[in-house]
Design a protein around this ligand. Structure first.
Ligand code: MN
Length: 207
């Protein structure tokens, strides 16, 4: 069974005006599709790999044959990262999207960062500083939330961590609308964060 591009869980224009429809078409239909296609090519000769969920591949990269490892890190990471990323967003103003965090994650953010504004500032600053292409992540380690960044399509899953909330700062995620203004994109992105999904992921991270 080949890996497949999951459909977006909303319309391409659903994240307007914060993320434009053209960016979503390119990002999902072209960039994410390319990661899926390249991952399928990378595991074509390894049916035992192709049978696994993509998260299992990137959780244990050392077990991937060396000839396929870099491609699995890049394209498997790209597939897993984007598949989760689409679900972490939703139409601004709908239930549980944008605004202040809700549920258990709201309490944990307050405990570990003081308040939501301080957390947002720390996340945006760390992620703005990621040099070149990469991601900013919120993970949960030893009972505390922690902000980390990675390059390219590296995932915290490969470091034994489960990402709760994360944002893509490859230029393809924002350049059409925000050009070089990564900080403006980061600030706007919180309007489309799906806190219900963040809470679902937080419950998994705590297990
Ligand atoms: Mn991307």
């Amino acid at each position: 069974m080949a890996y497949e591009l999951p459909p977006l869980p909303y319309e391409y224009n659903a994240l307007e005006p914060f993320i434009d429809a053209e960016t979503m078409h390119l990002h999902h239909d072209k960039h994410h599709q390319t990661y899926v296609s390249n991952l399928n090519a990378a595991v074509a000769n390894y049916p035992e790999l192709a049978a696994k969920p993509v998260e299992d591949l990137i959780r244990d990269l050392a077990s991937v044959p060396e000839a396929a490892r870099t491609a699995v890190r890049n394209s498997g990471g790209g597939h897993a990262n984007h598949a989760g990323f689409w679900k972490l967003m939703g139409p601004a103003g709908t239930a549980g999207v944008g605004g202040n965090p809700t549920g258990e994650i709201a309490k944990q953010i307050a405990a570990d960062f003081g308040d939501f504004e301080a957390f947002k500032k720390a996340f945006n600053e760390a992620t703005a500083k990621q040099f070149g292409a990469g991601w900013g992540w919120l993970v949960y380690e030893k009972g505390k939330l922690k902000i980390v960044t990675t390059s390219n399509q590296e995932s915290p899953i490969s470091q034994g961590l489960y990402p709760i909330l994360y944002n893509d700062v490859w230029e393809h995620a924002y350049y059409l609308k925000y050009q070089n203004r990564r900080a403006d994109y980061l600030a706007a992105w919180w309007n489309v964060v799906n806190w219900a999904e963040v809470n679902r992921r937080f419950a998994i991270a705590k297990k």
